[in-house]
Structures are given as C-alpha cells and as structure tokens.
Design a protein around this ligand. Structure first.
Ligand SMILES: Cc1cc2nc3c(=O)[nH]c(=O)nc-3n(C[C@H](O)[C@H](O)[C@H](O)COP(=O)(O)OP(=O)(O)OC[C@H]3O[C@@H](n4cnc5c(N)ncnc54)[C@H](O)[C@@H]3O)c2cc1C
Length: 690
C-alpha cells in the first residue's frame, strides 16, 4: 500500500501518466520492457540486495546473469526484432550497466572489428564468434595513449612468415581492453564476449606494423591470447586485472596485456585493404597513409557509423541517469518532511514544497523526458540515413547527412552525459544524509555513469569534432542546407532580444540562434586573427577552445535538442499530455539557456538587467508550474521498483519503512573484533585502577 502523502501528490496531476509514457516511449516498447522485467523478477540470479560485493563476488554474479540471458536466447537477431532488442537493452542498462557491458559492449566491438576490418580468411573466426565458441576483447587504449590512438606504441613485426608482438615500454601496455556502447547492437550482429582480464580467449589488438624494417603504421590484428580449455595465457603474453573500480564497473573485467615476442600467424592481420605476402612484402590498396589509418581506426565506412551508434547509446545513458536521479529524489522529497510554518512535528511539510528543492530537482526531471524524446528522434533520423547507406546511395547530400549526424552526436553525447552525472550528484545532496546511504543507490549510480563522460570519446575532445564541422560552414553562410536542418538558422544573422512572446520555448530558441551564430562568428574570427599572427593550425585549434569553440558546440547541440522536442510536442494528440509536455519543455529550455546568460550579454543579445531578471523569473515560474505534475511525471519515467532498487525511491513512497527494513538486517550485530575491544577496555580499566 502506498503512503497517503505520495498519493496526494499523484492526484494533483492534470494528466494520465500512462498516456504520457505511451506517447513518449511508444506502447509496444513499454509492453516489451515489462515482459523483460517480469522474466528477470522470476529468476533468482537477478535478485539483489544492498550488500557491497567484493570484486570476485561482483564478477561472478555478473557472469551468472550473463549466462542466464544467453540461455534465455532473448535476442537472437536484432535486425529481425529490433523493438524487442531495444526493450531488452534499455532494461538491462537500467538494471545494471555492468551486466549489459558484459553482455553486449565488449563483444560487439570485438566481433564488429573483426568483421569490418577482416576478410574471407577470418570467416571461420567470425563463425566461432557468432556461435560463442570463443571469447573476445578489444585492445586499443594503452597506458600512455587513449584519445590519441594513432600514436599507440605496441608493435607487430613480420618475421619468417609470422607476426611478432611486443610491448616496447610500460606506456605501451594495453589497458581497459573492451569497448563501450549498447545501441551498437541495435544495428549490428553481436556476440557474447567478455573482457580480457580473466575470460578473453581472443583479442582485437592495435599495433604499429613493421615489415622489412619499415613502420607501415597503425593496424588492427586479431590474435588468440589464451587456451580456451585451460585459460592459460599463450607464450609471450601476460594479462592482468586493472584492480578495483567504482560502481558497476567493479563487475566488469577490464584488463591489461603485455606482449614479449609473442608469435602469431600472418592471418592475424585484419587485412581489408592491405596485406603482407608470405615472402614479406607489404601491399596496400589504400591511396594514402591517412586512408589506411582511417580504416584501421574504424572511422571510415561502417566504422564511422559505429562510432555514431555508440554515441547514440551513450546519450541514452545520460537520459537514464536523469531518470534515476529525479525518480529517487522526488519521491523521497515527498516522504521527507522538515520544518513548517508553525512549530510541531505535525506541521512539518514535505521538502518537495520548498521552491529551492524544486529548483534543484525538476530541471533533471524535465531533462530525463526531453533527452529521451531527442534521442529517440535522433535514432529515427539516423536509421533513415543508414537505410540510404545500405541501399548503396552515394550522393553529396548523403555525405552532408553523415557530417551533420557526426556533429550532432559528438555534441549530444557530452551534453547528455554531463547532465546525467550532474543530476545524480544533485539528487544525492537533495536527499540529505539518507541520500548518502548505499541503499539510496545515488552514489553508486553516479559512479556507474561517471565514465560515460570519458569513454567513446572524452567529452571535451569530441566537442571539438562538432565545432570543427560548424567552423567549416562559415564560408558557406547564406547557403547552408543540411539534411536534418540543424544548421540552416546560421544562414542569417539573428536579431537581438526585443521582447518576450507568449511561448517561452520560442523565446529560448531565438536566444540560442543568436548565441550559436555569434559564437560561430567570434570563434572563426579569433581563429583568423591567430593565423594572421603566425600561429600554426595546431596552436590555433587549441587557442580557440576556451569560451569559444566549446560553448559553440554546446549551444548548437542544445538548440537542436530543444527544437526537436518542440516539434515532437506539437505532434502529440492528447491535449492533457501535450500541455504537460509543453510545461516540461518550457522548464528544460529555460534551465539550459540560463547557463548561457553571461555569454548572451557578452555577445550583445540583450543589455541591462531586465532580460536576465525576466529569464530567471520565467525559470522560477516554469519550476513552480511543474510541482503539481511532478509525481505523475516521475511515475511516467520511473523504472519498475525491481529495476530501480532504491530504498528511498520506491513507488509506494514508504522510504522510512524501506530504510528500516535494511537497517534491521544489522540489528545487534557482534563482529569478532568486539571481543578484542572488550578485552582492551578491561585491560585499560585494570591498568587505571593500579
Ligand atoms: C570504464 C571505462 C571503460 C573503458 N573501456 C575501454 C575499452 O574497452 N577499450 C579501450 O580501448 N579503451 C577503453 N577505455 C578507455 C577510454 O576509451 C579512454 O580513457 C578515453 O578514450 C579517454 O582517453 P584518455 O584516458 O587517454 O584521456 P586523455 O586523452 O589522456 O585525456 C586526459 C585529459 O586531457 C584532455 N585532452 C587530451 N587531449 C586534448 C586536446 N587535444 N585538447 C584539449 N584537451 C585535451 C582531455 O579532455 C582530458 O581532460 C575505457 C575507459 C573507462 C573509464
């Protein structure tokens, strides 16, 4: 039975949360997710408590869950059953990113790398991967090189018809082994491969290829690293674990690998577009060194699309983080009562009543909904693009499409993951002391989501990809016409602020257009100035980042997010749902824009304090407007309690009961060391009497 207070808040809503959920997620998706959850609930291996597991225990439980999902055979072919596959992926990601990583991410990257860079001679291996007869990992990052992958130092040297792998120094030791992104699976066949520390039998490894004394550059190879029966490493290979990691990543076997004269057959070279003849001649069909590098780095053809698919998946991680943060903190804020207009515990009010608490939490509630709508729209547009690629289209418009998708995904991944991690930190603080308990899950979830800001392109690094593409458009201002129309507004100089309209989102979009346009202009003229002063292109690119290129990428991305969500809301048929979604978007857009207030003034969008005062007043109003809707909105986004797994955030609103249920598990405990304490105290008391 729910607590009366949470029900009171539920009744304040002006809409049916189920209808909103169906409108945002799609009825079929909601139904399929419920099916997966029901299956997991029925299986003992998916039951969990709040105990902190050791590294060994954590990995074993993840392994058992992985096995169960494999046995269920839930996702034989994502191509033929994409809806089911999306439902499974989202549910597993919400349940535990470590389990989903073990299931999907590393294996798919390994398998896809073999498929995209390999040829006919790797067919048998591909078959083994698909049959789960071997276990694979992906080794690109080294101790000394992550972002700058082209400079990795591991070597593969042709010698007597074989390849000899070496790690020249400590910086060249492979680490992290694996790769990340769930939605990669949405389009590509997958395999179940584990990470290298304990389980991998094979790895895709990147190394500098030396043939006949010449370095032919960075190449991909697939090699066996362990015997699949004994799991002993092969000669010349040392593998270890990377030690403890926070959150769910403790359950993931990220490992390091060192090579010392490890010999592998020539077929280890993933030889699409290049090869070594048995007598030791390097041959290539690549026209240039950079093309060769592009294929090896996986940034051409399928590879570039894979990166975008990874990023689309990571945007969803940001959405999920905001979902967990707002669900747990808003439900708890109704159960938690502190102070009141008059003295007496009976007069205390739920902390959700405080405008400051609302101001800290509701923006992330709106972000959870808006990022989901944006991500879903982006996936649809990307699918349309992929269909054209698969149909073999080769047009200038399609290559423009590719660039635009790349620019937006490189901006949206940072914006979404930063918001996600930030939301969990704020939610933890908004839940006070109890928020710090492991059973709130907020700190653990924060740890789970933390690396989403770094992997698959460190956020600040990939924002540079967005700004580079935007800066490339400066010379064609007036004729910019991109397939998704995210840049068309840059064709004309947007006007300064004059007055507010009746629609805050229209006003926010106008401000963003001005902001993006002016950031593009100032970044571009700064670059010209630096070039004129004799700086080289490396220096120029670095010196235009702070306050300029980074802000440009963020502004462009946020403008598109808001614009697409607005278009979605306009299409919603149910009037009550549409009205509340509009309130959600009002808040999301004002919340994001307020962060750019200083730059808006600096770039001359407005002068005097009134614009800023008005913007903030509108933001406070948007927050207040969401209060009566907030609990139903939470219900519309909240995962099932089994998946949410938070003593503070359960849907029945009985946070104290759940907290005490956990506390009581530790009633009158007598750990072994208290005997030692008793003896110590006794000894002290005897000594003091002497
Ligand atoms: C949980 C987790 C799982 C991972 N899994 C894998 C995996 O499976 N396989 C794999 O190969 N790797 C994996 N990685 C590694 C990951 O891909 C890299 O850590 C990531 O690419 C960032 O690279 P880096 O660590 O070298 O960061 P660095 O490049 O060293 O970045 C450090 C700092 O320098 C800044 N910086 C660097 N260059 C510039 C520049 N030009 N301009 C401005 N600032 C700059 C960055 O913004 C950052 O703030 C994983 C990492 C984590 C945390």
């Amino acid at each position: 039975m729910s607590a009366p207070l949470i029900d009171k808040y539920r009744k304040m809503a002006t809409f049916d949360w189920r209808k909103l959920k169906a409108a945002v997620e799609g009825e079929e998706h909601v139904r399929l997710k419920a099916e997966v959850v029901a299956k997991m609930k029925s299986e003992p291996v998916f039951q969990r408590d709040f105990r902190v597991l050791s590294r060994e225990e954590h990995r074993e439980v993840v392994h058992q869950r992985w096995k169960k999902i494999v046995e269920w055979g839930l996702f034989k072919d994502p191509y033929s059953d994409l809806e089911n596959f999306h439902a499974l992926t989202e549910t597993l990601e919400a349940y535990d990113q470590g389990t989903s990583a073990r299931l999907f991410l590393h294996g798919n990257v390994f398998g896809a790398a073999v498929k995209s860079m390999g040829t006919e001679r790797h067919k048998e291996l591909v078959q083994q991967i698909e049959n789960n007869e071997i276990v694979g990992a992906f080794c690109l990052t080294e101790i000394g090189h992550g972002s700058n992958t082209a400079e990795i130092q591991t070597t593969a040297t042709f010698d007597n018809g074989q390849l000899v792998f070496n790690t020249p120094d400590v910086g060249a030791i492979k680490c992290w082994a694996g790769n990340v992104c769930k939605s990669f699976l949405r389009r590509f066949r997958y395999t179940f491969c584990l990470i290298s520390a304990h389980s991998a039998t094979h790895v895709v490894v990147y190394a500098q290829l030396h043939v006949g004394g010449k370095n032919e550059g960075f190449h991909g190879f697939v090699i066996q690293v362990r015997c699949p029966k004994t799991f002993q490493t092969l000669p010349g290979i040392t593998i270890g674990d990377m030690g403890s990691k926070p959150g769910c990543w403790q359950g993931v076997e990220n490992g390091w690998i060192e090579f010392k004269n490890h010999r592998a057959p020539l077929s280890a070279l993933l030889n699409k577009g290049c090869d070594i003849t048995p007598d030791g001649k390097y041959v290539t069909s690549f026209k240039s060194a950079s093309e060769k590098q592009s294929v090896s780095l996986g940034t051409l053809s399928v590879g570039r699309k894979q990166i975008i698919i990874f990023r689309l998946g990571i945007i969803a991680k940001g959405m999920m983080a905001c979902t967990f943060a707002s669900t747990i903190a808003i439900r708890y804020s109704v159960a938690r009562r502190q102070f009141g207009p008059e003295k007496g515990a009976e007069n205390e009010i739920p902390v959700l009543e405080y405008p400051l608490q609302q101001y800290r939490l509701f923006p992330y509630l709106s972000a959870a909904i808006c990022i989901r709508i944006f991500q879903k729209t982006f996936v649809e547009k990307f699918t349309e693009y992929m269909m054209r690629v698969m149909m073999g289209e080769k047009s200038e418009e399609l290559s423009e499409f590719s660039k635009e998708v790349h620019a937006l995904s490189s901006g949206a991944k940072p914006v979404a993951t930063w918001l996600g991690v930030e939301s969990l930190g704020e939610a933890r603080k908004a839940c006070g002391g109890h928020g710090f308990l492991h059973m709130s899950r907020l700190n653990t979830l924060r740890d789970d989501n933390d690396p989403s800001q770094t992997f698959e392109g460190e956020n600040f690094m990939i924002l540079q990809q967005t700004s580079n593409i935007l800066l490339g458009k400066v010379s064609s201002i007036g004729t910019i016409n991109t397939p998704m129309s995210t840049m068309s507004f840059l064709n004309s100089n947007p006007s300064k602020f004059s007055s507010w309209s009746s629609n805050p989102v229209d006003d926010v979009l106008s401000a963003y257009r001005y902001l993006t346009y002016h950031l593009l202009q100032t970044t571009s003229s700064e670059a010209k100035k630096l070039k004129g002063a004799g700086k080289n292109s490396f220096e120029v690119r670095n010196e235009i980042q702070v306050h300029r290129a980074v802000n440009l990428s963020v502004a462009y991305t946020e403008h598109t997010m808001i614009d697409w969500v607005q278009q979605f809301v306009e299409e919603v048929e149910d009037v009550t749902v549409k009205r509340v979604l509009q309130k959600v978007l009002n808040l999301f857009s004002l919340f994001l824009l307020e962060r750019h207030l200083a730059t808006l003034y600096i770039t001359g969008y407005a002068s005097g304090g009134k614009f800023g005062e008005d913007l903030r007043e509108k933001l406070r109003h948007a927050v207040a407007e969401l209060k009566p809707e907030s609990m139903a909105l939470v219900d519309s986004i909240a995962p099932d309690d089994f998946i949410l797994h938070s003593a503070l955030g359960a849907s029945d609103g009985r946070a104290y009961d759940h907290i005490m249920e956990e506390f009581r598990k530790y009633t009158n405990e007598q750990p072994k060391w208290v005997c030692d304490l008793a003896q110590f105290l006794q000894k002290r008391s005897q000594t003091s009497k002497l």
